[in-house]
Design a protein around this ligand. Structure first.
Ligand code: ZN
Length: 430
């Protein structure tokens, strides 16, 4: 209810400029939410719709709706059913496509739940969801006619969690809205949650380039109550009854903390406007996870937790790849060497010039040797994306490589700034 009042106030005060008029021609200020399952194995993907919902309010951009950077493993488009005009586009990654690269996917079929959001249309639309194959968005998984007046589009029963605004910079349509969700906090631990959430919200802006763009962010906290504290830690035989069902040992990697319960996650986030979901886990165990336009998960305890949070947020918000290659992961051949990855901060040298070629000095050799002469230079350093050979990163060190790095490298920092502009409705300016 608080959120509905907030939206009414914003609509009342906000005078959309001429550029925003097409938004209100085609959409209302609510969210159309589509829950679906991605099912299959290492070579096949099938998509099945679970349910379609109307959530109160729309926290996303209202300008430059049809443009997106060529990011993500999946794209979805909304088109006017009568004219065919493209009205909206979104990009995302999922746990499912990460799992498809694990050994398990070669012999066991599995299903994962997912959710995508779009502004609520005024008239019939076609929703198309496409998966990237061999570097290109080519595989159409579903092409679906949706009638916004259908009685089967059900209003979401919004959960009764308390919320707080931790940072307010402006209109949600023109800011990056982050929802921090409590996970593994009991009803008696909410004072701790508010303090932890504020600590992480503040920590984000101690790091460039977030420190330079703080006035483009809104941050909200949602106090999801769990029956038990902490989260599942399978390698310690610890299993807890929690609001968002988070667990370590995703894909058998101990430090990889995620949840498969996307419906619970989005139900909780629906209490506030949101572009990004950050799940704050009430645990002292090291680890986290971040997936582009899906979520980031991080632990409240431990000594490097704020650094892990910023690293995971780099994945979820800006689509940044891991630049490390020496830690054990469950994936095999995550980045095929004959295909340029879509992530802006790694390359297989198929086409890196378009990514950060303009930041490399003319006298810097390529590949760039990891010597003291090039410690602070942008180049093309071998090792990244979980591979010691064949995948390259822009700098010797970066927040996307180690916890010791002070900040993001110049390539990652520029990508974050471009994504801020995009989410705020100004387009992704390369
Ligand atoms: Zn970097």
């Amino acid at each position: 209810m608080k959120f509905k009042i907030l939206i009414l106030v914003i609509v009342g005060l906000y005078q959309p400029g001429l550029k925003a008029q097409p938004f209100y021609k085609h959409f209302s200020n609510n969210t159309l939410r589509v829950d679906f399952s991605l099912c299959g194995d290492s070579s096949q993907t099938h998509l099945y719709i679970n349910r379609v919902l109307c959530e109160p309010g729309w926290g996303g951009r209202i300008n430059n709706l049809t443009e997106s950077p060529d990011f993500g493993s999946f794209a979805y488009t909304v088109a006017d059913a009568q004219s065919g005009e493209k009205l909206f586009e979104g990009r995302f990654c999922t746990l499912f496509q990460e799992w498809q690269t694990t050994k398990e996917a070669a012999h066991i079929p599995r299903a994962f739940t997912n959710t995508i959001l779009m502004p609520f249309p005024n008239s019939n639309i076609y929703l198309t969801i496409i998966q990237r194959k061999n570097g290109f968005m080519t595989d159409t998984l579903i092409h679906l006619l949706l009638d916004p007046k259908s009685p089967l589009i059900t209003p979401l029963h919004v959960p009764a969690w308390h919320t707080k605004t931790l940072l307010k910079s402006g209109n949600p349509h023109e800011c990056v809205d982050i929802a921090i969700l409590a996970e593994g906090y009991t009803a008696n631990q909410m004072d701790k949650f508010w303090a932890d959430a504020q600590r992480f919200a503040d920590a984000l802006f101690t790091s460039a380039p977030f420190s330079l763009t703080k006035n483009r962010f809104n941050i909200y906290a949602v106090a999801c109550e769990s029956a038990e504290e902490d989260v599942d830690i399978p390698y310690k035989n610890q299993y807890r009854n929690t609001a968002l069902n988070c667990s370590y040992s995703t894909f058998y990697t101990d430090r990889y903390l995620t949840t498969s319960d996307m419906e619970a996650v989005h139900n909780a986030a629906s209490l506030v406007p949101y572009d990004q979901i950050c799940i704050l886990a009430n645990t002292g165990e090291y680890g986290g996870g971040g997936i582009f336009n899906f979520f980031s998960v991080f632990s409240a305890g431990g000594t490097v937790n704020a650094k892990v949070f910023i690293h995971e947020f780099g994945h979820a918000f800006a689509g940044l790849a891991d630049e490390y290659y020496s830690s054990s992961v469950a994936y095999s051949n995550f980045y095929p060497k004959n295909t340029e990855p879509w992530e802006p901060n790694i390359t297989t040298c198929v086409n890196f010039l378009n990514k950060w070629g303009d930041l490399i000095d003319a006298n810097t050799p390529i590949p760039t040797p990891n010597t003291s002469k090039y410690q602070k230079k942008v180049g093309v350093f071998e090792g990244g994306g979980y591979a010691e050979h064949g995948v390259f990163r822009p700098c010797v060190d970066c927040r996307m490589k180690t916890n010791e790095a002070v900040d993001f490298c110049p390539v990652c920092a520029r990508s974050v700034q471009r994504m801020v502009s995009y989410v705020c409705g100004e387009g992704y300016k390369e």
